[in-house]
Design a protein around this ligand. Structure first.
Ligand code: PA5
Length: 462
């Protein structure tokens, strides 16, 4: 029997291969979903989060669920749009400096909204090439980027909520010096996106007269893709940010449904959680069958890992929770990871993402001609049909061995469906935090290495 949650606009969550009637003993039964431990408490906690912006055990407000409801005609979003138009008219390259939540979502917007090959495609008038830096401190990458950029035609967008992140600030310092050395006015070449009240970046930006935009209070880095931090890059890439927010808003509405079987975000979270609790399935492989969503898998890795990987639960008990996310790409990683997924430890749940219609980007292979006889296995097919056959074959091969998988399927890749998809994973992750009874909105584990690194960098200059 097929188990598919279908939304009117074509978003499908097919969880057939997670269910006991399909994959046998390891699978989940419908009554287990309905009676999942902490389900009602988790739903109540999500209502409080939405209504009051409060999360138990988290001192600050949590407001990411408000982002889809930003009025696109608001003064604030108009300001972003005007800034975007000015930058698009005057600059041929943009470098977005940021890391973690101040980087990953923006890469998704560019790749999925335009193309992973965006910078290599013939330039479009009024749409700059967009590079990412400050997401590492590898000198070789910065060195090579320096060779690509023509500084008078480049805008640097420095994104850091804290305004103190080592990687971002090192890259900022480097490019600031380069801009000065080129005799250019930094205020014309830098824009800052940061906390509205504090941080070194805010101080510098104000002193220097950079345009400043904000990651709003209550929106942590990995939840910020629909805030200024993402919308600005969306505007620069020429995306319809109104549609992006609409998609997220539509997903937010269906993710408020009380019936868990009709609520995609909660249903996905509960299913993953039940596998984790029942069968120690503690790794999730996110495998979009679409190159443009490869970076979404990386974005999701951060979202899940930082949100749910926690030493302690809310009662202070040492629990060491969290499923380990793995980014994969279909079909590419079927030639790299699938051997392990199909025959390695039985601790993985595979989530695939399918795009049903590639629109004008579709390619059909010829059914006849020189090569058709010998390449009959692909001749006459469209690329998307082959892609889909590979995905279904992967899922079926896993199911035949009782291994769980599910598929999120989108009618096409558009700003609307991208907004839905990003927000679906955000809601599912927040909800899973409630099922686990951990705080999904902090990241205390990151502080440990930061303290050690600070001491190392306080030492002699080298
Ligand atoms: O989710 C988070 O809060 C982190 O991953 C941050 O996004 C990341 O550390 C970058 O922080 P910042 O935006 O302060 O530079």
């Amino acid at each position: 029997m097929a188990h598919v949650l279908e939304l009117n606009d074509g978003f499908h969550l097919n969880y057939t291969n997670l269910m006991a009637d399909c994959i046998g003993a390891l699978g989940i039964r419908e009554d287990e979903i309905l009676k999942a431990p902490r389900l009602n408490r988790a739903m109540a906690a999500m209502r409080t989060l939405r209504e009051k912006g409060q999360v138990r055990g988290h001192d600050e407000p949590v407001l990411f669920t408000r982002l889809p409801y930003q009025a696109t005609e608001s003064e604030h979003l108009q300001r972003i749009r005007q800034w975007g138009q000015r930058v698009r008219r005057n600059f041929r390259s943009v470098v977005s400096l940021g890391i973690g939540g101040s980087y990953l979502g923006n890469q998704v917007l560019l790749d999925a909204g335009r193309s992973p090959f965006w910078n290599n495609l013939p330039p479009e008038e009024d749409t700059p090439r967009i590079f990412f830096a400050g997401n590492n401190v590898d000198p070789a990458s910065i060195h090579d980027l320096d060779r690509i950029l023509s500084l008078p035609e480049t805008m640097f967008v420095v994104i850091s909520k804290s305004g103190t992140t080592t990687e971002t600030m090192a890259a900022f310092m480097h490019f600031y010096r380069r801009v000065q050395e080129a005799g250019l006015e930094p205020a014309h070449h830098f824009t800052a996106v940061t906390d509205p009240e504090q941080g070194i970046l805010l101080e510098i930006a104000r002193e220097q007269g950079f345009p400043v935009f904000f990651v709003p209070p209550g929106v942590g880095g990995r939840w910020s893709v629909l805030s200024d931090a993402g919308l600005m890059i969306g505007e620069l890439a020429g995306l319809n940010t109104h549609e992006l927010l609409q998609g997220a808003r539509q997903m937010d509405q269906v993710c408020q449904r009380e019936n868990i079987l009709e609520n995609p975000g909660y249903l996905y979270a509960v299913l993953c959680h039940l596998f984790y609790r029942k069968s120690d399935i503690n790794e999730v492989v996110l495998m979009p069958y679409c190159d443009a969503l490869k970076s979404l898998a990386l974005w999701y890795v951060q979202l899940l890992a930082e949100s749910l990987g926690k030493e302690r639960d809310r009662k202070g008990r040492r629990v060491h929770e969290g499923r380990t996310p793995i980014a994969a790409l279909g079909t590419t990683d079927m030639h790299a990871q699938t051997q392990q997924h199909r025959e390695g430890r039985r601790n993985k749940l595979l989530t695939t993402i399918a795009i049903r219609d590639f629109g004008q980007k579709e390619i059909h292979l010829p059914a006849e001609g020189d090569l058709a006889d010998r390449l009959s296995f692909v001749a006459g097919h469209s690329f998307s049909h082959i892609l889909d056959a590979a995905r279904r074959a992967n899922e079926d091969a896993l199911a035949a061995d009782g291994r769980p998988s599910c598929c999120v399927s989108l009618p096409c890749l558009s700003e609307f469906t991208l907004g839905q998809l990003l927000y679906f994973f955000e809601i599912a992750t927040a909800f899973e935090g409630e099922l686990l009874n951990v705080n999904a909105f902090n990241q205390p584990g990151v502080e440990h290495y930061k303290k050690i690194m600070k001491k190392l960098l306080d030492g002699p200059r080298r």
